[in-house]
Design a protein around this ligand. Structure first.
Ligand code: GLU
Length: 235
């Protein structure tokens, strides 16, 4: 159980994500990564080991863009390698995940039977494929998440971005903590308020089973039955 951060911002996000991940280092981790969206295109950078490895890569090849997601990984399924480091991408979907998808093998089986190539050994990657399959059917990102979350067993915190959607991030939690940060013309997600402290002191703690749809100016929260709910903003 390590860290997740997400920024829908108005200034370059890459180093902000790394700074925020640093605040979650106390949780321990074996690799780290970020994904940044620029003009609808997603670029990832990942590194095995401590954040310093990711920082060195970023110094050589900065990722441009004002929105993105970041992750520190404590491997549960798949060795702690760069390939298995999050974020993971399938088609239009890029995702970070803390926790375990207990039924990932059963979820993966039909994709493998259909010849889908998996890039990693993680339990996480199948969630990206499931979401992407829903998008390929013509569903919206919100519809895709509402369809896929009930199929997942286990504990998770997720942050998801969708190619071509520069102003959209979806976060979900079950069994793992996750908070939404409210800024001015920016919104954020983080594993805890410590991760969000550099950005804002206005925080919504998601209830178990909640998922949230964020733009830069709006946050909508849904419960585990996909019903819209209000959750308080605390300071
Ligand atoms: N189960 C996932 C993996 O092994 C996420 C681990 C974590 O919580 O960082 O990649």
């Amino acid at each position: 159980m390590c860290g997740i951060v997400g920024i829908l911002g108005t200034e370059p996000a890459a180093w902000r994500l790394v700074d925020s991940l640093r605040r979650l280092e106390y949780r321990g981790y074996d690799s780290a990564g970020i994904a940044i969206m620029n003009n609808g295109e997603v670029s990832r950078m990942r590194a095995k080991g401590k954040l310093i490895g990711l920082e060195k890569k970023l110094l050589g090849d900065d990722l441009i863009g004002n929105m993105g997601i970041g992750h520190t990984r404590w491997a549960t399924h798949g060795a702690p390698t760069e390939v298995n480091a999050h974020p993971h991408t399938a088609g239009q979907v890029t995702i970070v995940h803390n926790g375990i998808i207990e039924n990932f093998l059963a979820l993966k089986a039909p994709f493998e039977a259909a010849g889908t190539q998996f890039a990693t050994q993680t339990d996480t990657e199948v969630v990206a494929h499931m979401l992407n399959r829903e998008l390929d059917k013509g569903n919206t990102p919100q519809q895709a998440v509402a369809t896929v979350l009930p199929q997942l067993e286990g504990a998770f915190a997720l942050a998801i971005i969708f190619k071509g959607n520069d102003d959209l991030m979806i976060a979900a939690r079950r069994g793992s903590p996750l908070a939404v940060g409210h800024g001015d013309g920016e919104n954020y997600i983080g594993s805890d308020a410590v991760a969000l402290a550099p950005f804002t002191n206005r925080v919504t703690y998601l209830d178990d089973g909640d998922w949230a749809v964020l733009s830069r100016t709006k946050v909508s929260v849904f419960d585990q039955d996909n019903q819209p709910v209000e959750r308080p903003i605390t300071h």
